[in-house]
Each structure stands twice: as C-alpha cells, then as structure tokens.
Design a protein. Structure first.
Ligand SMILES: Nc1nc2c(c(=O)[nH]1)N[C@H]1C(S)=C(S)[C@@H](COP(=O)(O)O)O[C@H]1N2
Ligand SMILES: [Mo]
Length: 299
C-alpha cells in the first residue's frame, strides 16, 4: 500500500540500496509524494547526517538498565524479548493479548529517519524501521469515546536491574492524546539500520514521537490501553514542575534547570556541535494539533 512519507531528512545517505529502490518505486507508483512539500529545504546539511549505529546504540536513556548513558548497552543484553506479546485493552472492540510476530505480520514496515531530541538538550538523527501507531490502533478497533492512549513498559526486575531501585515509579508509563497517537508521524519502531531493534533501544517495539522530548518515546512496550482520560506519565509523576504531559519540543520554554534553546548533536567527538532547537523539533506539521493551546502552561 502506498503510504504518505513524512519526514524531511534525506534518505540516500543512509538507506541500503534495496530499500531506497523500493521507496523510489513506491514514489513512482504515484500518490505517495504529491509535491516537494514533504522535503522542506530547512534541513541543514548537518541535519541530513544520521548518527552511526554505535552512537545510537551506546548512548541511551533506559533507566530500567541504569541511569548512565552506557548502562543500557552494558546491561540490556540479558533481557529476553522472545516470546513477546502486547496487551491491547481498554476502549477497543478487540481487546486481547497480541503476539509481537502477529502484529508485525499485519503492519507495513517503513523506514523513518527522525530527529530525536532529549529533554536533557542532546539530540541524534535515527533511521528507524517501524509502522504507524494509527494502524495498530485501527487493528484493535478504537471505540469513538476514547480520547487518550496509555503505554506501559515491561516490568521484570530479574532482567531489568534498575527496577530493583526506586529511581522511578515502575513500570515506566507514558501517554498520548488520541489525535497525537493517530498522527502519521507517530510510529512504533521495531528496527534500526535495517536490523531488529537492539534491546537498549527498546526491543522489540517502542514508541517514537519525533516532535516530543525523547522521554515520551517509551521502550519495550507490553501494554497499550485506550481510555477517556489523560493517563499518568512516569516523568510527570517524578517531577511535575519539570516534565509535563505534552512535552512538545519547544526552544521557548526552558526546563527549570536549563535552557532548551539549543541542543548538542551527538557525534563528531570533540567537535560535537550545538544547534538551535526548533519548535516541535522541526516537525511543523503537528502545529495544528495544538492550535489555541498555551504551550507554556501545557509544557
Ligand atoms: N521504558 C523506558 N523508556 C524510555 C526511557 C526509559 O528510561 N525507560 N527513556 C526515555 C528517554 S529520556 C529518551 S531520551 C529515549 C532515548 O531513546 P534511545 O536510547 O533509543 O535514544 O527513550 C525514552 N524511553
Ligand atoms: Mo530523554
């Protein structure tokens, strides 16, 4: 099925030829890209360079495996990700336990090269593979009254050493408004550089919401619940003055303890550069979701 291609980063640099050819075939087959609009000129040359496999898999936040940036890579190897199933429940017509392979077999896997902006003011560019969350929600049959989607990470202290300490309120939980969850930019990532997602990046399946701070992109998901109220979120529970429900990337709203105006692009070693942070992480097409909302109160 031809899908709308929604990102502004060049593909040629990172995409293995077969995938690139496939994409071109898809584009040529019509409809997917009606205009150049999906490829705005704003992306700087620097923004076009995805981070390396090593950078993306050895500098992580995954507190279930420790709070240090290299802890996830060191400790996540012990996580068992097969078998894996995801409970989809709440306000859906087809609640149940869905095996990860069954989900995968029903989804269109695409590559999405997205910027990831952590609330700590560092960023990367990551070539994910995955599917649109909207397709998974559609599969479960959302009830019309559902307004939000809640997500939960695996709770398994035997394999996730951080869960033996009260660092956060475990299991890690996150949430989105329904329209955010259904937005075509919102994906469930299942791969990275055309390999299955490494454990430290949230295997076998993690959320990616590229216009929000990285902490919204919850890893190793075992439960998805449709509800009619705003779900609790882990970092908001931990520090409500510092981390809101919305967590949209916004250079004009500083974290109480640091500026969000610029970010450090990971990579390049000593010469790792600082670049200006963009509203919605540069994904302007989501602005309509927040029309009329005060983004300072709703941080
Ligand atoms: N379950 C869980 N998900 C999580 C986190 C976490 O600690 N636990 N950290 C978040 C934060 S703060 C960021 S920046 C991203 C980092 O994703 P990456 O390590 O794949 O770059 O994952 C997010 N998802
Ligand atoms: Mo983060």
């Amino acid at each position: 099925m031809a899908r709308r291609w929604t990102n502004d980063l060049s593909r040629r640099d990172v995409t293995p030829k077969p995938v690139f050819m496939n994409r071109r075939t898809l584009l040529a087959s019509g409809g997917a890209l009606a205009a150049g609009a999906a490829w705005p000129a704003q992306a700087s040359a620097e923004a076009l360079d995805p981070n390396t496999w090593d950078e993306i898999t050895s500098y992580n936040n995954f507190y279930e495996f420790g709070t240090g940036k290299t802890d996830p890579k060191e400790n996540a190897g012990q996580l068992t990700t097969t078998p894996w199933s995801v409970e989809i429940d709440g306000m859906v017509d087809k609640p149940g336990s869905y095996a990860f392979e069954d989900i995968l077999s029903q989804m269109d896997i695409e590559e999405r090269i997205y910027r990831l902006r952590c609330v700590e003011a560092w960023s990367m560019v990551i070539p994910w593979q995955g599917f649109e969350l909207a397709d998974l929600i559609a599969m479960a049959g959302p009830k019309p009254d559902a307004t939000h989607v809640a997500f939960q990470t695996l709770m398994r202290p035997e394999e996730m050493p951080g869960q033996n300490y009260p660092i956060l309120d475990w299991p890690y939980v996150e949430g989105l408004r329904m329209d955010e969850a259904m937005h075509p930019l919102t994906i469930m990532a299942t791969g990275l550089y055309d390999k299955p997602l490494p454990n430290q990046n949230g295997a076998p399946m993690r959320l990616v919401v590229p216009w929000k701070y990285g902490f919204k992109s919850i890893k190793s998901i075992v439960r998805i619940t449709l509800t009619d109220s705003q779900p609790p979120t882990t970092w908001n529970l931990s520090g409500p003055q510092e981390y809101g429900f919305y967590a949209n990337v916004n250079p004009n709203v500083d974290h109480p303890r640091w500026s969000q105006a610029t970010e450090r692009r990971i990579g390049g070693g000593l010469f790792s550069s600082r670049v200006d942070t963009q509203l919605f992480n540069g994904y302007d097409e989501v602005a309509a979701l927040y029309e009329g909302m005060d983004l300072e109160t709703n941080y």
